[in-house]
Unconditional design. Structure first.
Length: 332
């Protein structure tokens, strides 16, 4: 019987030559167009990344309630399918919302009608034929959803089963979306932060494992901000308005494990803020809260492994389940 002390649990050791060969192949594939990033409808956001979300990455989108996290995620899914070659599937963990509500948000975007109208809040909705037509079209899309809240182990097993039984067999990439990381089920006695830590580290391991299986995979996860950003001390000090990595719940693991971290912030909803952020020559009063009667939503790209950090401006259009990109210069 082998002594416990001599038992080996060695990890695989690779020569740097292998890493160099993989790096060259990837650079060549991107140069030839064989490998491309996933484009969204937000051109400035695409440019801030590698002309879109590249494969093998974890993008975390964090924000306060009402900042548009779920809306942004659903719009990205639509963009991925509409603006890119359809050689991938989307596996969507819907931990926060009912699938019916998610799909109705999409109907609202495509019909240009508020969700309340589609749900006949004030009067019977009449365009049922259009609804059925759009839903029939959506039904053909390569989207799969999980609406049962599970543990981190169950999430991992579900992803790996999908990769082995579908992605590999059909030679397709996989985009995994998780809405919302705080709702992942933990073992009894686990605190929320430890669950988030475990999930984020597990996603990194899954990313590496699946990529080594020659399957393209990327993740988009939604996370919350701490309430500290609404504290009066920060509201009264424009230099403290902008969110930082420390404002993200479970900030250390979320920030460390993500390749990109995007904080979506809607300062118009925070009581006491009259203008957003410090004064600058371009914005002597600070950034505006509204533009042409609509709330401005600021996207703070606070982590980008391959480029500069940025602030992008969007206009709220939640009734149609989307946000509209706008140039910062147009806010003057």
């Amino acid at each position: 019987m082998k002594d416990k002390a001599t038992k080996s649990n060695k990890l695989k050791v690779n020569p740097i030559k292998l890493g160099a060969a993989k790096t060259l192949a990837y650079i060549q594939d991107r140069a030839s167009g064989k490998v491309t990033s996933l484009k969204t409808s937000k051109s400035k956001f695409n440019k801030a990344l590698l002309n879109g979300l590249d494969w093998g990455r974890i993008l975390t989108i964090a924000g306060l309630p009402s900042a548009g996290k779920s809306t942004i995620l659903e719009e990205m899914k639509r963009d991925f399918l509409n603006l890119n070659e359809n050689n991938f599937d989307i596996l969507s963990f819907e931990f926060e919302m009912l699938i019916e509500d998610q799909l109705t948000r999409r109907l609202a975007s495509e019909l240009g009608k508020p969700v309340k109208d589609i749900y006949s809040a004030d009067k019977p909705f009449e365009d049922l034929d259009k609804v059925e037509s759009i839903l029939n079209k959506i039904s053909e899309e390569p989207i799969y959803y999980v609406d049962e809240i599970g543990s981190v182990d169950e999430v991992e097993d579900t992803i790996m089963s999908f990769v082995v039984n579908k992605s590999m067999m059909n030679n397709r990439g996989l985009i995994v979306t998780i809405d919302h990381v705080l709702l992942t089920k933990g073992e009894q006695g686990d605190v929320e932060k430890s669950i988030v830590d475990n999930l984020m580290r597990r996603l990194v391991a899954i990313k590496k494992k699946v990529t080594a299986m020659n399957v393209k995979i990327s993740f988009i996860v939604l996370s919350q901000l701490n309430r500290d950003i609404q504290h009066s001390d920060r509201v009264l000090n424009p230099n403290l308005h902008f969110p930082t990595k420390n404002d993200i719940f479970g900030s250390s693991s979320v920030y460390q494990c993500s390749d990109y971290v995007l904080i979506t912030h809607r300062p118009a909803t925070i009581e006491g803020i009259k203008a957003y952020g410090p004064r600058t020559p371009q914005f002597p009063k600070g950034l505006p809260l509204k533009h042409e009667g609509r709330d401005v939503i600021y996207w703070h790209l606070i982590k980008e492994r391959f480029g500069a950090l940025k602030i992008l401006a969007m206009l709220e259009d939640f009734k149609n389940s989307r946000v509209e990109e706008i140039s910062m210069s147009d806010l003057n």
